[in-house]
Design a protein around this ligand. Structure first.
Ligand code: SF4
Length: 142
């Protein structure tokens, strides 16, 4: 599984982790927001599905949730909507998620969206989704 990192996330790693293989592409050559320039880092885990859980990339930590901005700019959490090269019961069977996990992901994205490049990515991805196909995840009641 290849996972791309968010801008700056590569600084959380040494690039010498024996469980990761590193590569990069240039943002302008792929389907990233126009504001993204230069290198986008990718990692491939060599030991999947076993990895140091406390070190895994952000995308792994949020799965199966992903952020979505509605037309008014409101942050929603949705079940991961893209086709994956494997089957995952968290998606196929709509396995219920722990409320504290949902809330933690929401809090993390509220912080991450303050970064303009990350905001641009979420907005860019959100625009390309069919609103009728979204599986919106409700936030736990306070
Ligand atoms: S959770 Fe770990 S093993 Fe799974 S894709 Fe992420 S880094 Fe790889």
């Amino acid at each position: 599984m290849v996972i791309y990192l968010l801008p700056g996330e590569e600084k959380l790693f040494t690039k010498k982790e024996d469980w990761l293989e590193w590569s990069y592409d240039y943002a302008q050559d792929y389907d990233f927001p126009p504001s993204w320039k230069g290198r986008v880092y990718y990692v491939t885990c060599k030991t999947a599905p076993c990895c140091p859980r406390h070190l895994r990339p952000l995308q792994c930590r949020f799965f199966p949730l992903t952020p979505h901005l509605d037309p008014q700019g409101k942050l929603l959490l949705i079940r991961y909507p893209e086709a994956l090269p494997y089957r995952c019961p968290l998606l196929d069977e709509d396995v219920s998620l722990r409320p504290d996990f949902i809330q933690a992901v929401r809090t993390a994205w509220e912080i991450l969206l303050k970064d303009p490049l990350i905001y641009d990515l979420v907005a860019y991805d959100s625009q390309s989704r069919d609103p009728s196909q979204l599986k919106i995840v409700s936030l736990p009641k306070p």
